[in-house]
Design a protein around this ligand. Structure first.
Ligand SMILES: *[C@@H]1O[C@H](CO)[C@@H](O)[C@H](O)[C@H]1NC(C)=O
Ligand SMILES: *[C@@H]1O[C@H](CO)[C@@H](O)[C@H](O)[C@H]1NC(C)=O
Ligand SMILES: *[C@@H]1O[C@H](CO)[C@@H](O)[C@H](O)[C@H]1NC(C)=O
Ligand SMILES: *[C@@H]1O[C@H](CO)[C@@H](O)[C@H](O)[C@H]1NC(C)=O
Ligand SMILES: *[C@@H]1O[C@H](CO)[C@@H](O)[C@H](O)[C@H]1NC(C)=O
Length: 401
């Protein structure tokens, strides 16, 4: 029986025998950044394994566009600017006076005497940066309180980490080691001016100047209060309110006020409301202040106790009204009984008794009634007289016509 491992080993050995020397090309790095006009060394080494075939030729290829590889020795664009050796496994490429058009993928390729090519498929991606100031701002018009983001060049050189020097209006502004960015988080009026950058080791290449104009801001705008969660205080907890505004420059002071209270109840961008009421905030910067609409905070405990008070008050009031009605009714009933009895005495003989009337229609005649009915009749008449009789008549005529 043949061992599979032994089979594999024999296969590798036979492969090596048939292909001769195996070469391995490595570049240490996969990408590099270089400053325009500088000199770059693209590292490269190769190792040969096995025996037999020898290197017949070596070449550096430049791939500018995909699948378009050109030998640097044959490309006139690189004439006089490239240099490399192939002995002792050092295949590093020296490229002088780098141009922006040099950007692309560089790879080393060996050809052995049997015509087989050996290369590193990944190669080294070369990025070329100019010393240029790029500016990113919040908006086209830089306003007080906006942010500005400057960058010096498109990438940071890989050969030696440089120091970036920023100059504003001809004076030193700041220096940053290994960082090509300059962040101005909240721009002030005095931040306006002419900016340029210098990369250490490349002092001969000053960047172009960028003119920044900062427009003055104004008092806070769109001040509003937001409530985190619900605006209801539950069992002694507080409600967190926060104040926001759209301000240039940003609001520095936040004051919390409560309707019905003349003095401030708090400060800071957020506030914990412990009592119910209507709250609002006031945002202030150096140009002035603006207040928000108020928000209502309620207290669940207060609410339930107040509704209990209301309920009790309601019950009490209802009971009181009911007892008053009862007392009055009883009093009226007693009084009526008394009156009826005395009336019976007083009016006997004075009233024409209805029962005595033979004609039932006589009951309709007021004269057949008691003096009390006469009084009512008089009141009724005076009411009619009080109304203007002419009007009544004309109204009557109008209806008739
Ligand atoms: C490889 O060669 C370059 C010049 O072609 C030289 O600058 C570099 O130091 C060499 N590297 C080594 C490790 O010898
Ligand atoms: C090796 O590369 C050269 C140059 O690019 C090419 O002409 C040749 O056909 C390649 N050989 C093989 C075996 O791929
Ligand atoms: C670059 O700027 C520095 C400082 O502003 C100045 O001293 C230097 O002469 C300038 N170099 C060039 C080439 O303009
Ligand atoms: C920068 O811009 C402002 C406003 O656009 C202008 O007044 C000023 O003269 C400019 N400065 C330079 C040096 O160009
Ligand atoms: C912010 O409040 C402090 C203290 O009340 C005050 O001294 C300062 O002037 C205020 N700032 C602005 C811009 O109003």
């Amino acid at each position: 029986m043949v061992c599979p491992a032994l089979l594999l080993q024999s296969f590798i050995w036979f492969s090596l025998m048939s292909t001769g020397v195996q070469y391995e090309v490595s570049h240490i790095v996969s990408s590099m950044c270089v400053v325009r006009q500088s000199t770059v060394l693209i590292p490269c080494k190769y190792d040969g394994y096995g025996f037999g075939k020898q290197v017949s030729s070596a070449e550096w290829l430049h791939e500018k566009a995909a699948k378009q590889k050109l030998s640097v020795s044959q490309d006139s664009a690189f004439a006089g600017r490239v240099e490399f050796m192939t002995d002792s496994g050092n295949c590093s490429l020296v490229l002088r006076d780098v141009r922006v058009s040099d950007a692309g993928i560089f790879s080393f390729m060996l050809t052995d005497d049997s015509g087989h090519n050996w290369t590193n498929t990944q190669g080294v991606r070369l990025e070329v940066t100019d010393v240029e100031v790029e500016v990113k701002t919040q908006s086209d018009v830089v306003m007080e309180g906006d942010w500005i983001f400057f960058s010096c060049g498109s990438c940071i050189p890989s050969m030696t980490v440089p120091t970036y020097t920023w100059r504003k209006d001809g004076h030193l502004h700041s220096q940053h080691y290994g960082n090509n960015m300059l962040d101005v988080e909240s721009v002030m009026l005095e931040d306006g001016g002419l900016y340029l950058c210098i990369i250490s080791g490349h002092e001969g290449l000053n960047s172009t100047q960028v003119n920044i104009t900062v427009r003055p801001g104004g008092p806070p705008k769109s001040v509003s209060v937001s409530v985190s969660g619900s605006a209801v205080i539950v069992s002694g907890d507080s409600v967190t309110l926060s104040c926001s505004s759209d301000s240039n420059p940003p609001a520095v002071n936040f004051t919390w006020l409560k309707e019905t209270q003349s003095s401030a109840v708090g400060s800071g961008q957020s506030f914990s409301a412990l009592d119910s009421g209507r709250y609002y905030c006031e945002a202030e910067n150096k140009y002035g202040s603006q207040r928000s609409e108020s928000v209502s905070v309620t207290n669940k405990d207060e609410e339930s106790s107040s509704s209990w008070i209301m309920f009790t008050a309601g019950i009490t009031a209802a009971a009181f009204v009911a007892s008053v009605i009862l007392i009055v009714s009883i009093w009226l009933l007693i009084r009526r009984k008394r009156v009826t009895r005395s009336e019976e005495k007083n009016h006997r003989g004075r009233c024409k008794t209805v029962e005595s009337s033979e004609d039932p229609y006589m009951t309709l005649d007021p004269k057949s009634r008691c003096s009390e009915y006469d009084t009512l009749d008089n009141i009724k008449r005076s009411w009619v007289n009080a109304d203007s009789p002419e009007d009544e008549d004309s109204a009557y005529y109008n209806i008739k016509e």
